[in-house]
Design a protein around this ligand. Structure first.
Ligand SMILES: CC(C)=CCC/C(C)=C(\C)COP(=O)(O)OP(=O)(O)O
Length: 488
């Protein structure tokens, strides 16, 4: 049974509070019976050598005695009949419900408030932005048994993140991650996008033999969580396809030895991605050979297909933005490959410097394209804007490192990971290294928040909407890492 109704504010995991949270602490932590972080709490002190530490991580992160998961279903069911719809002053009515009391915050700058208005629906600087309907679907009708890790309500929230909060993560034993609150969780939409993504993956041939794993990674869900300002399935699919292609190159070329990733083959393989995304001008008989190579590799087919889809929605400068960001990200990948090949561990500063150009900044370059609007190149690359997006991208990729310690330590050639590197460099226990990484993350998010406030004086609806999109992306990224099978 699909029911359309207005819903109150979600907690970060999508559950609905009986009364909206006060002011925005998250209702329900992403409690899991056993997580990499839970295992890390049991780690002994004093790692010595990344390989050794990695091997220990793999052993010690294995689930021990499962604990009962947090009861999220109670909150969800109790909230579903309680539908307050606060309309804060300062925003035009109708305001979508689902925003906590006190939203928007009193210090929200006027331009940002306007941007929210635009994102919530209405006309903004001549730009019509449709208001996105809110629907809730009985979780039982969405297919599959209710999971304690997944939101029990199919759709909660709205198109913009309602603010920032200290978000519990992992088993809750580490300091919280200061992060925006997830804007929208829509299981039905996520499933539709993910199903289409899996069909596409099968067509282009990536993750052949691993399609269920690919499905359960939920890159379609990632796109839906991060791009909360659109319900357009085709655009959300585009976001999912481009991210899946990036991840395919990461898995097949950079990280997963089992999938054939080898450090010495990485640079020439990445060079071919450039040709798949941005076909070079014809070069006589050599072009046929290039085309054959592009056709022969599923990862390259995925890039060619995703970029063709991108070209149908994006302007030329947006397309080249995606291409060039991908290529610059790959420079960092070659640095990791060299360290891996030589068996060297970079100092943390050096890894971080590379990681900052190899972060979810790349994914965030899709925000306006998936949102169906265009942030012009001069604003996108305005130094303060660029810095802000880099801050957010780095924060989000630290979330990735925090969630993927086990996965990255498990490979024969362990990956670089900020937690493992801090533990090695500081000769400290992994839990302490995790705390350092959390603090680093939180500083980046606070930095972004400050940048966003500073940039609120720039009277561009597209820029304000884009910055809201970055905020929503950070939130959705955390939500996804906590629930994706990829990090279990
Ligand atoms: C692949 C992609 C979307 C690029 C942007 C961010 C990024 C570089 C990654 C998430 C890849 O990092 P990593 O290899 O650590 O990711 P996994 O832990 O393997 O998911």
């Amino acid at each position: 049974m699909v029911e359309t109704r207005e819903v109150p504010a979600p907690g970060a995991d999508g559950t609905i509070a009986e009364t909206p949270p006060e002011p925005v602490p998250e209702r329900v932590p992403e409690v899991r019976a056993e997580t990499p972080a839970a295992g890390l709490g049991r780690l002994p002190h004093g790692p010595s050598g990344l390989g050794t530490a990695a091997a220990r991580v793999v052993d010690l992160l294995r689930p021990s005695v499962p604990e009962p998961a947090g009861d999220v279903s109670d909150a969800a069911s109790s909230g579903s009949s309680d539908l307050p719809s606060p309309v804060p002053s300062g925003l035009p009515s109708p305001l979508p419900p689902g925003l906590p009391d006190g939203f928007p915050p009193g210090d929200l700058p006027g331009v940002l408030s306007d941007a929210l208005t635009g994102a919530l629906g209405g006309t903004l600087g001549g730009l019509h932005v449709p208001r996105i309907p809110f629907t809730a679907v009985d979780a039982g009708e969405c297919g599959g048994p209710p999971s304690p890790y997944r939101p029990q309500t199919a759709r909660v929230g709205g198109p913009v993140s309602p603010g920032y909060a200290e978000r519990p993560w992992g088993d809750g034993s580490f300091s919280p991650l200061y992060c925006p609150i997830t804007a929208r969780i829509d299981d039905v939409l996520a499933r539709e996008v993910n199903d289409r993504l899996v069909a596409w993956a099968e067509e282009v041939g990536i993750y052949a033999g691993h399609l269920e794993q690919f499905r359960n990674a939920g890159f379609g869900r990632l796109s839906t969580l991060c791009h909360a300002d659109t319900d357009d399935v085709d655009l959300l699919l585009l976001g999912a396809q481009v991210n899946a292609a990036w991840w395919a190159s990461d898995d097949y070329y950079a990280d997963e030895s089992e999938l054939g990733a080898t450090p010495t083959k990485l640079p020439p393989r990445l060079a071919l991605v450039m040709s798949a995304m941005d076909a070079p001008p014809p070069a006589g008989k050599y072009t046929r050979q290039l085309d054959e190579a592009l056709e022969a590799d599923p990862v390259l087919r995925a890039f060619a297909s995703a970029t063709a889809h991108l070209r149908r929605h994006a302007s030329p400068s947006q397309v080249m933005r995606i291409c060039n960001t991908t290529f610059q990200m790959y420079v960092s990948w070659t640095a990791y490959a060299a360290w891996r090949h030589l068996g060297e561990l970079p100092p943390v500063w050096r890894y971080l410097a590379a990681r900052q150009h190899d972060s979810f900044y790349t994914s965030m370059t899709l925000i306006d394209i998936v949102g169906g609007y265009h942030l012009g190149a001069d604003l996108f690359y305005e130094p303060r804007v660029h810095r802000a997006v880099m801050q957010a991208g780095t924060a989000s990729v630290i979330v990735n490192d925090l969630h993927s310690v086990e996965r990255e330590a498990a490979d024969d050639l362990p990956d670089c990971n900020v937690v493992l590197l801090i533990a090695e460099e500081e000769n400290c226990p992994l839990p302490e290294a995790i705390e350092s990484a959390v603090a680093l993350h939180n500083d980046f998010v606070r930095g972004f928040e400050a940048s966003q406030k500073e940039l609120a004086s720039i009277p561009s609806p597209e820029l304000q909407r884009f910055l809201q999109g970055v905020q929503s992306w950070m939130a959705g990224g955390l939500e996804w890492h906590a629930s994706s099978d990829r990090y279990k």
